[in-house]
Design a protein around this ligand. Structure first.
Ligand code: G3P
Ligand code: MG
Length: 245
């Protein structure tokens, strides 16, 4: 059986505050083979890992990332909202994750959150950072903004891109091929086995998000999707081991 990438969604966010170094480190400990994370850009052009465009939910500070410098953001507590034991966690720079992941064997799915705030120039900064850490062959860049993916592909043909979508699209592998994307990142509710096979026959990897139900994980393992994005990489790792045995 081919190996299915076990992507920890925002790190091991079922156990740690999402998109923190604690969540990333925990995911490796729990058997994840990849990490999914979200990237946005600060007022002073730094790339940071955070899901929301506003800092309030995960740090308590009510400010849009685009309006705040990283010097201000780095002082914020990004862990207490989840649990007091995580009070020392901060909003990481992309470079912190790249530096940590480089010596591991993990792969990385970096989602550009460019569909609400148009972060001008984020694509160039991201591909430059990936090249700086020598990670081009271990990264897929994903986004709901497909123009952003096209730009990334033009800037860095050596880095894979994956199309994020929610709708039940017809033959999306043709669309993926037309914009040079290597993967589909499909919502689990729309996945059908035949489409997974057809995509993969067309040379397009079929990844699925965000899957926390073990029964759904089992179905996707049977379908031999390319990767599964989950908050609980330990549950998925166990199911993948059971399948091999
Ligand atoms: O990449 C899959 C998933 O992360 C997309 O949705 O909102 O969790 O970033 P969201
Ligand atoms: Mg995401």
């Amino acid at each position: 059986m081919k190996s299915i990438i076990n992507y920890a969604h925002r790190g091991a966010s079922g156990y740690c505050p999402e998109n923190t170094m604690a969540a990333f480190e925990k995911s490796l400990e729990l058997g994840a083979t990849g990490i999914e994370t979200d990237v946005q850009m600060t007022k002073d052009g730094q790339l940071v890992l955070i899901h929301d465009e506003n800092l309030k939910r995960t740090t308590g500070y009510d400010g849009q990332i685009k309006d705040v410098t990283y010097d201000e953001i780095k002082t914020l507590d990004a862990g207490s909202w989840y649990g007091e034991q995580f009070a020392n966690e901060h909003v990481p720079l992309l470079s912190e994750l790249l530096n940590w992941i480089a010596p591991t064997e993990m792969t990385l799915n970096i989602e550009i959150k460019n569909n609400i705030e148009p972060y001008i120039g984020i694509e160039q900064k991201l591909v430059d950072a990936i090249h700086e850490y020598g990670l081009a062959d271990r990264v897929v860049i994903s986004s709901f903004d497909h123009y952003t993916l096209e730009t990334c592909k033009q800037l860095a043909p050596d880095i894979q891109t994956g199309i994020l979508y929610v709708e039940n699209l017809v033959r999306p592998w043709n669309y993926a091929n037309s914009i040079g994307a290597t993967a589909l990142h499909s919502h689990y509710a729309t996945v059908i086995a035949e489409a997974v096979q057809q995509a993969q026959q067309a040379g397009v990897i079929y990844n699925v998000w965000t899957v926390n139900d073990p029964a759904m994980m089992r179905k996707l393992i049977e379908m031999e999707v390319g990767g599964i994005i989950t908050d609980y990489p330990d549950i998925l790792a166990q199911l993948l081991r059971d399948k091999i045995i």
